[in-house]
Design a protein around this ligand. Sequence first.
Ligand SMILES: NC(=O)c1ccc[n+]([C@@H]2O[C@H](COP(=O)([O-])OP(=O)(O)OC[C@H]3O[C@@H](n4cnc5c(N)ncnc54)[C@H](OP(=O)(O)O)[C@@H]3O)[C@@H](O)[C@H]2O)c1
Length: 408
Amino acid sequence: MSGNQQVLLRRRPTGAPTMGDFTIAESLIPTAGNGEVIRRTIYLSLDPYMRTRMSEVPSYAPPLAIGDVMVGQTVSEVIASGNPSFAAGDIVSSFDGWQQYGVSNGEDLRKLDPNVAPVSTSLGILGTPGLTAYVGLLEIGKPRPGETVVVSAAAGAVGSVAGQIARLKGCRVVGIAGSPEKCRLLVNELGFSAAVNRRASDFQSRLRAECPDGVDVYFDNVGGSVLSAVLRLVNQGARIPICGMISQYNATTTAPGPNLGQLLVRRVRMEGFNVNDYLNRCDDFVSECGAWVRKGELRYREHIVDGLEAAPRAFIGLFDGENVGKLLVRVSPVANQRTSRRLGTRPPAASAMAPEVQGSSTCGAWAAIVSHLERLSSVPFDVSPQMRTTESVASAPERGGRTILRLP
Ligand SMILES: NC(=O)c1ccc[n+]([C@@H]2O[C@H](COP(=O)([O-])OP(=O)(O)OC[C@H]3O[C@@H](n4cnc5c(N)ncnc54)[C@H](OP(=O)(O)O)[C@@H]3O)[C@@H](O)[C@H]2O)c1
């Protein structure tokens, strides 16, 4: 295709999304009018919230219309600019959705410095998933050293960070994930104390065995039967940040609710949250998580599939647990490959902030982490030599996916 390849919503899914819900189309590559910026998508973030946008029911944001380009946060390279604030070659964070090219007047763009960290991290560990884990765990979970923290979807983008932060706060962390391979990853590579496979027939008894002192904090990414299982184990005064309910996103009928009796008996606090309500915590996130990343204490995975046409199948796989870590589509090659420059040799502009996943507000997570580390550190921090890359045991080659493990 020589035009602007796009993935459109063809019809609203009934239950789990299927390939027939999407259609691939092509439009003209936009040209830059006065003050406009044209960019080529490098990475597209695939996230569970997109499923809710495909339905007619409004959620945080209005539903997509049939025929709309699927929404999504992107990292792109500017290829032409009529706006003096941007030049060809700039790498920007934007919200261009599932398409190869985007255009706007630039107000929605934030510059990223590819010399500081892989630009993909602005969509993962140093972006919204990282911030979500940080604020949900610390603001609502309020973990104390020695407590037991359980995290579901623990090998995913948000869960893997939430679990590691809990470990760094001195907690005993038990992860819940959907395969033995993921469980091994959590324990062997991410430092969880234990991990339990949610698909195992004896899931409940295994979870109980791994939480001999009960559960003080449950970081819930999934809801449904996993939530019910954890509720049986909660301690007096437990806290439950409700981050997500992915087990319900494809539901066609209202699922029976979990038995909430334990909330009353154990005086448990359960609270839903949206990361956009906690953007005032960006500086703290930047300070704390940045230092952990720098010291090699916070690790992350990226599950990257190649080519925009691979996006629908990869997105469907999110609901089958096929991803390990942050799910990304590499839409086109990374032009400005990061080199081994020292952190801080080219600080980003103060305005270098990444748009939020839900599209309305902004958070300076990725860019701010860099400038903050610069201020903090008299010792130069070079990201690239500390990174190792390995293929994941849990990759999905049949779907064109491979997982890159980044170990500081
Ligand atoms: N509150 C907020 O502001 C906010 C912001 C961002 C994301 N979120 C939510 O956070 C959660 C995690 O998002 P993410 O981006 O990090 O995705 P993710 O965890 O990288 O991927 C989703 C994972 O969910 C698990 N899963 C899928 N279907 C499931 C089911 N029916 N039952 C149980 N588990 C299932 C799978 O892992 P396993 O098979 O290994 O269990 C899958 O890999 C989502 O619910 C998302 O909506 C909330």
